[in-house]
Design a protein around this ligand. Structure first.
Ligand SMILES: C[S@@+](CC[C@H](N)C(=O)[O-])C[C@H]1O[C@@H](n2cnc3c(N)ncnc32)[C@H](O)[C@@H]1O
Length: 237
């Protein structure tokens, strides 16, 4: 049964869960290692799909000063503001609504864009990704980096299930509704080949596409919050 593919992200219980993760899970070791490798502390960074502020808060706490932390969901933005108020009351981050498919920022505004924990795959499907990727490319400065993850249906934890998963009537292979403890969530799980092709179409050069487990070993809290996923580092050329 098809329902609103974005409703999950507008639900207060979802937002509370992501705010809890901001405080209890924090920045993953894998995220920290790539972010510090590609972004200097003085970089102007745009975070898309911030949820409850988990990555944004981690960045602020690690000395990144020029942060624009965004989500399309007003309830997520309220949660993120609350988390920052409690955890980093003197912060100077911009925390505001932005839809990845239609960004309000000028061309070449940012040194880097981050869409953490499979956010790009939480859009409504391929058409949305085909809007979001050129938007991300547009707002990046030349040679700027885009870091994100995507659940890999060939190399992840549910490879066998994915092999027999039917293609949904109004979607493509990899589109699926998943149960959660708030409301069902619509997500796409890609293959590395497919995501590399989407990045190339948008004009990006991919620098890295490693599974999280190939980068570092995460602790149990992180693994419990988020299963295996593939990190992509792409550059505007
Ligand atoms: C899996 S959550 C990740 C949250 C957060 N980045 C984290 O790692 O904890 C995906 C996020 O993408 C956001 N999102 C979904 N569609 C979006 C869109 N069109 N534009 C911006 N953000 C979107 C959701 O509201 C949600 O906060």
């Amino acid at each position: 049964m098809e329902t609103d593919r974005q409703a999950h992200w507008l639900h207060p219980l979802t937002a509370v869960n992501y705010a809890r993760a901001a405080v209890q899970v924090g920045l993953w070791k894998s995220e920290e290692s790539l972010i510090t490798q590609y972004f200097k502390p003085e970089a102007h960074l745009l975070e898309l799909g911030c949820g409850g502020g988990r990555v944004g808060l981690g960045l602020w706490q690690r000395g990144y000063q020029y942060l624009t932390i965004t989500d399309f969901s007003p309830v997520m933005i309220e949660m993120t503001r609350g988390v920052f108020q409690q955890m980093a009351p003197n912060h100077r981050a911009r925390i505001e609504i932005a839809n990845a498919c239609s960004l309000q920022y000028a061309n070449e505004s940012f040194d880097g864009v981050i869409f953490a924990f499979n956010g790009l795959m939480c859009l409504r499907g391929r058409e949305d990704r085909e809007k979001a990727l050129p938007e991300i490319y547009r707002v990046l400065k030349k040679e700027g980096f885009f870091i994100f993850t995507a659940n890999d249906r060939e190399k992840g934890e549910n490879t066998r299930e994915w092999a027999v998963e039917p293609i949904p009537p109004k979607g493509e292979k990899g589109d699926r509704w998943h149960e959660t403890d708030s409301t069902p969530v619509f997500m796409h799980s890609s293959t590395e080949y497919e995501t590399l092709a989407e990045l190339k179409t948008a004009g990006f050069k991919t620098l890295q596409s490693k599974l999280r487990s190939e980068l570092v070993s995460e602790n149990a809290v992180v693994k419990n919050f988020a299963g295996e996923t593939r990190f992509y580092v792409a550059q505007k050329i």
